[in-house]
Design a protein around this ligand. Structure first.
Ligand code: SAM
Length: 256
């Protein structure tokens, strides 16, 4: 995995959005990154006027910085029309979800899970888990999402963290063998349950992080880790949605 280290600075409110990222050796010109950020900002303004994007460092993985919704977004001040707009156009990529943070931290502390492997992150959102896999030494990381804006956000965030990812908008169009599929917080929609079976047909190992399903009973998946977390910026979700579990398909070749 090609990697160029960005300078470690500028996390938090007030940081420049691009800073010194977008290293040319990642094949992502600064002008393209600027255009992506403008597109993301414009969409955010359409759906959630008053919401701003900023670079935030993750509490569990401070080495990862992401362009996310700033914590001072308008809460509780939305009229019913605006609430409906947000519901109809979920901006998943402006948040780093609790499960994504836990799986990202897990990969960074268990790099043997991904090192040298070809990995696909399904439902990448901001790209947090894909970025962690790349930082942990994966040979190639494919970040997959059906939302083109999530892919744009992932492209920006990969550059902010000095890693290169392959982007895909269609899981079925990804060719070649995969060693590992990583998935965080996509089971909020019951329609996505059927993907659990597709994953095990496509890759010899699958890691799923989730806090939405109460009685997770999908053999051959079994729980291998559990950790409390919260979505960033904080959505004040109830305690049950902060209780994240990681499930692994098949046996655990790297226990501990
Ligand atoms: C709640 S977000 C989680 C994002 C990220 N994994 C994280 O943990 O921060 C769920 C993401 O899954 C994507 N998604 C949902 N269903 C999908 C599907 N069938 N194929 C690809 N992506 C999907 C959504 O567009 C969204 O970006």
């Amino acid at each position: 995995m090609r990697r160029a280290r960005p300078r470690a600075s500028g996390c938090g409110v007030g940081a420049g959005l691009v800073g010194d990222a977008s290293p040319a050796n990642l094949g992502y010109p600064r002008s393209a990154m600027h255009d992506d950020i403008e597109q993301l900002r414009a969409r955010l303004q359409q759906i959630l006027p008053g919401g701003e994007l900023d670079q935030l460092c993750l509490p569990r993985t401070p080495d990862i910085r992401l362009l996310l919704l700033r914590g001072d977004y308008p809460r509780g001040e939305l009229d019913p029309e605006a609430v409906q707009r947000v519901m109809d156009n979920p901006l998943y990529w402006v948040f780093c979800w609790a499960s994504g943070q836990v799986l990202a931290a897990y990969l960074l502390t268990h790099p043997q899970r991904v090192a040298g492997r070809r990995v696909l992150d399904f439902g990448c959102g901001s790209g947090v888990v894909a970025i962690a896999a790349a930082l942990a030494g994966a040979r190639e990381v494919i970040a997959c999402d059906i939302d083109p804006l999530a892919l744009a956000a992932t492209r920006v965030n990969a550059a902010l963290n000095g890693v290169s990812l392959t982007l895909a908008d269609d899981f079925h169009a990804v060719e070649g063998p995969l060693d590992l599929i990583i998935v965080a917080d996509v089971l909020y929609d019951r329609a996505n349950f059927e993907w659990l079976g597709r994953f095990v047909e496509r890759a010899p190992e699958v890691l799923v992080a989730d806090s939405r399903v109460k009685d997770f009973d999908f053999p051959p998946y079994r729980q291998i880790a559990r950790q409390a977390s919260c979505t960033l910026p904080d959505l004040d979700e109830s305690a049950e949605f902060r209780d994240v579990r990681i499930y692994c398909s098949g046996r655990d070749p790297h226990p501990g």
